[in-house]
Design a protein around this ligand. Structure first.
Ligand SMILES: Nc1ncnc2c1ncn2[C@@H]1O[C@H](COP(=O)(O)OP(=O)(O)OP(=O)(O)O)[C@@H](O)[C@H]1O
Ligand SMILES: [Mg+2]
Length: 233
C-alpha cells in the first residue's frame, strides 16, 4: 500500500514537512489529524506530486512516487479529494467526473455506483459544477475520485463546512467505498468523526508525525488529545 519514509517537502524556501513517516499498513481507513497549519494538506500534496519532495521516499505498491512524474500517483490508482473541493466550476457534472479518468470516459459500473451513492449528481449531470451547492460540490469531488476506480483515496476534510444532512451522505459514501475495498487516508479535524471511521490515527505537529496510535488509545487517554490537538473532552 502506501508508505512515507522520512519525507521532507515544502514550498520554495518554506520547509513544511520534516521527516514524515507514515505506514498505511493493512488498515482500511487511516486518519491524519493535527491543528491548523501543521502540514496535513502538504502531506497529501507531497503524495500527489503537487509539491517537491526534497528528501525521503513515498512508496505506493512498490513504486517510489518521488522518482516518478507528478501524475503518477493518480495513474497508479490514488484518488484525491482536495480540501475545499476544487471542482471545475465551468465544467458540467459529467465533465468533472471525466477529468480524473485516464481515458476520458467513466467506466459504466463506476458511473452507476457514483449515481447510486449520489442521486443528486445524476439529476444535475448536465449542470455546471459551479451552480451546485457546497454539499453537492463535495459529492462531485468524491465522485470524481471514484470515477478513476482508485485503490486508495486521499480525502482532505471531506465533511468540512457541510450541513449535517450533506455530511451524512458523504460519510455513507466513505463507508461504502471502504466496504468495496477502497482504502482511505482521511484528514479529519473532528475527533468523533475520526474515531468512528479510522482504525489507525496519526497526529501531526509542526510538520512531523508526533503520535501514531489506535483510536482506542485516544479514548482511554484523553490527555493525548489535549497535548497534541488542544482538545479538552
Ligand atoms: N501554497 C503554499 N505556499 C507557501 N506556503 C504554504 C502553501 N500552502 C501552505 N503553506 C504553509 O505550509 C504550512 C502547512 O500548511 P498545510 O496547508 O499543509 O496545513 P494543514 O495542516 O493542512 O492546515 P489546515 O488544518 O488549516 O488545513 C503552513 O504554514 C502554511 O502557511
Ligand atoms: Mg489542510
Amino acid at each position: 500500500m502506501l508508505t512515507l519514509e522520512k519525507v521532507n517537502a515544502g514550498y520554495g524556501h518554506s520547509h513544511v514537512l520534516h521527516d514524515v513517516d507514515l505506514e498505511f499498513g493493512d488498515n482500511q481507513i487511516v486518519a491524519l489529524m493535527g491543528r491548523n497549519g501543521v502540514g496535513k494538506t502538504t502531506t497529501f500534496n507531497a503524495i500527489m506530486g503537487l509539491v517537491p519532495v526534497t528528501s525521503g521516499r513515498i512508496l505506493f505498491d512498490g513504486h517510489d512516487l518521488t522518482r516518478l512524474p507528478a501524475r503518477s500517483a493518480a495513474l497508479l490508482g490514488i484518488g484525491f479529494v482536495p480540501q475545499g473541493r476544487r471542482i471545475f466550476p465551468e465544467f458540467t457534472v459529467m465533465e468533472n467526473l471525466r477529468v480524473g479518468t485516464r481515458s476520458g470516459r467513466v467506466p459504466s459500473d463506476a458511473l452507476d455506483w457514483i449515481f447510486a451513492l449520489f442521486p443528486r449528481l445524476k439529476e444535475r449531470v448536465s449542470q455546471a459544477g459551479g451552480s451546485l451547492s457546497g454539499g453537492e460540490q463535495q459529492m462531485l469531488a468524491v465522485g470524481r475520485a471514484l470515477a478513476m476506480q482508485p485503490r486508495l483515496i486521499l480525502m482532505d476534510e471531506p465533511m468540512e463546512g457541510l450541513s449535517p444532512g450533506m455530511a451524512e451522505v458523504v460519510r455513507q459514501a466513505i463507508v461504502e467505498a471502504r466496504n468495496k475495498g477502497v482504502r482511505i487516508l482521511i484528514i479529519e479535524q473532528d475527533i468523533d468523526e475520526a474515531l468512528a471511521l479510522a482504525q489507525d490515527i496519526h497526529i501531526m505537529e509542526k510538520g512531523s508525525i508526533q503520535v501514531h496510535c489506535r483510536p482506542q488509545a485516544l479514548q482511554q487517554d484523553p490527555t493525548i488529545l489535549e497535548r497534541h490537538l488542544g482538545i479538552r473532552l
